[in-house]
Design a protein around this ligand. Structure first.
Ligand code: URA
Ligand code: SF4
Length: 208
């Protein structure tokens, strides 16, 4: 079965996990991607933002949310009163999944990860959350929400609510919202953006 577990280190800090993740072959996604894109940010962050998977730019640069979706996310965090410098940003799946479309100048088009790939990669996300132990986790989009809250979770129905973070004994929360990329594609971008900021403010209020 697809599973990252055999590639996890026996212990150590975030840096140790990041180094080990670089060699993960837990599912086939490493084969065509450039590199593992592990989470980025402060190990003592009180808010962790979880996206779907790296995009084209992230795959090339090796860091999460550095492309167009990342720029929108940065702006939304600022507008919600969350300092990206105090946040940790990561993805549910650590390798870029794509198809190449020859008639579009060989552009690499994002493909949604499968449930098997999400499950395979979950041990890395679990380890990040256990090491950082943030007050609140923000699930950006359906993939992150399903990975954190289960396959039957619906962002459309349950976004913007402060929910207990599954698997944590003490008071930790998770808030699901839309993915920043969905805002870039929305018909009414302004309304979609306001919704994201409003959900991020729910997370901001769970801090301190
Ligand atoms: N979209 C994501 O979900 N994650 C990234 O890191 C970039 C784009
Ligand atoms: Fe490992 Fe995740 Fe990459 Fe699959 S996507 S190879 S499980 S790091």
């Amino acid at each position: 079965a697809y599973d990252a577990t055999p590639f996890l280190p026996d212990g150590g800090d975030l840096a140790a996990y990041r180094r080990a993740a670089a060699d993960c072959h837990g599912c086939p996604l490493y084969e065509n991607a450039t590199q593992t894109v592990f989470g980025q940010g402060d190990g003592s962050a009180r808010v962790v933002l979880v996206g779907e998977q790296p995009g084209d730019q992230e795959d090339r640069q090796g860091e999460p949310f550095v492309g167009p979706a990342g720029r929108l996310l940065d702006k939304a965090l600022t507008d919600a009163g969350i300092d990206r410098g105090t946040a940790y940003v990561t993805n549910a799946v650590k390798h870029f999944k794509f198809t190449v479309v020859p008639e579009r100048g060989k552009r690499r088009i994002h493909k949604a990860p499968s449930l098997r790939e999400m499950g395979a990669c979950k041990p890395w996300l679990r380890a990040e959350l256990e090491l950082i132990r943030p007050d609140v986790v923000v699930a950006l989009g359906a993939t992150a929400a399903k990975s954190l809250l289960g396959g039957s979770f619906r962002v459309s129905k349950d976004r913007g609510s402060l929910l207990p973070l599954p698997g944590s004994e003490d008071e930790r929360y998770v808030v699901a919202t839309v993915h920043p990329s969905a805002i870039l594609r929305a018909d009414d971008r302004e309304a979609a953006y306001a919704g994201l900021v409003s959900d991020l403010k729910v997370a901001a209020r769970a801090l301190n």
